[in-house]
Design a protein around this ligand. Structure first.
Ligand code: RAM
Length: 340
């Protein structure tokens, strides 16, 4: 009896050690927490910089970071990637969504298997996510691009938008706010003639820009709220010697835009730090996987070098906000072009 008792005690001791090991950044089988970032598509340096930050944060707290992106920026392609991650039994999935609603069945499947799912940069609907990691206030992002373009063209003339895909939820939300800003009578002489979609593919963004120039010979400016689009549009304008005639602005990576900011193809543009967007989501992924947060309003997490971050309201859902969009112009572009 005494022997049996001490055997039981020994088993209990071993068990408590195993459970103890699993309390930080490790799964119940003793491995590290595996968390994945799913970007829109391959070949976009913005996504690569996001992954740099994601990996940095996840490794800082002892987890394992996985980066995935389909070849094409479609919901179908992302669903396939999510299915693979479910089979791999990852602990959390952060998705930069190619569609607001279409990922819901596969994200819910992941949720039902105990995987913590959330969106970052480009949101999914609140039913499909625990929280959204937002780079900046969408209203501000939309409105400043219209304010900028108006100043650049003297408040008068035809403008066009060159976006990413027609389903991209981040670009679509920013465009909604651009249209709202345009309703102000002070923009009565500005006409938005077309919204074109370059699908965040370099070649398609180039050919869509060329088509805009051909169809609208009086075009005064192109707003591209996508890093791929703004670089492609700027290249076309420069190659055709149209700088000063057709202005380009929007959201761009300093590393890809420095040349065009300096030579005036794009007088100025905006963005946030994509490394920090990834870094914040890495911390969110681990905090969710460890059940330190659940995505409810008022919860706080330690986001490493970004300090403490709080879950706040976002319409029907919740979000964690990174900060404000940043303006890049001739004065400061050199400081940033080697950073991202
Ligand atoms: C592209 C992507 C990304 C967006 C940036 C501004 O790289 O569409 O989702 O946030 O542009």
């Amino acid at each position: 009896m005494k022997k049996l008792f001490s055997l039981g005690l020994a088993i209990l001791l071993v068990l408590s050690v195993v459970v103890g090991c699993s309390s930080t950044n490790e799964t119940s089988d003793g491995g590290k927490k595996k968390v994945a970032l799913v970007f829109k598509n391959t070949g976009n340096p913005y996504g690569e910089r996001m992954m740099d930050g994601f990996k940095e944060a996840v490794e800082e707290v002892g987890g394992e970071a996985i980066y995935k992106a389909p070849d094409q920026p479609t919901a179908e392609a992302q669903i396939q990637v999510i299915e693979e991650l479910i089979a791999q039994r990852v602990d959390a999935i952060a998705v930069v969504a190619n569609d607001y609603d279409a990922l819901q069945p596969s994200l819910n499947k992941a949720k039902n298997r105990g995987i913590k799912v959330f969106s970052v940069d480009s949101a999914v609907n609140p039913e499909s996510r625990l929280v959204h990691v937002n780079q900046a206030d969408p209203e501000r992002v939309g409105r400043i691009q219209i304010e900028a373009v108006s100043e650049m063209i003297g408040g008068k003339g035809e403008i066009a938008i060159l976006s990413a895909t027609s389903q991209a939820s981040n670009q679509n939300l920013w465009i909604e706010w651009m249209k709202k800003e345009l309703e102000d009578p002070k923009y009565k002489d500005i006409e938005l003639v077309k919204i074109a979609y370059g699908d965040d593919l370099r070649d398609k963004s180039v050919s869509e820009t060329e088509a805009l120039l051909k169809t609208y010979p009086n075009l005064k400016a192109i707003i591209a709220p996508t890093t791929v689009g703004i670089a492609a549009a700027s290249k076309v304008i420069q190659d055709k010697g149209l700088q000063g005639k057709v202005i380009v602005t929007g959201l761009g990576l300093p590393s890809e835009m420095a040349e065009y900011i300096k030579n005036g193809v794009s007088p100025w543009m905006y963005l946030w730090n994509p490394i920090d967007v990834g870094y914040l989501s890495g911390h969110v992924a681990i905090a969710l996987a460890e059940e330190k947060i659940t995505g409810k309003v008022g919860e706080k997490l330690n986001a490493g070098r970004l300090g403490e971050k709080e879950v706040v309201e976002d319409g029907e859902g919740t979000q964690i906000m990174l900060g404000d969009p940043f303006k890049f112009d001739k004065e400061n572009i050199d400081e940033w072009k080697d950073v991202y």
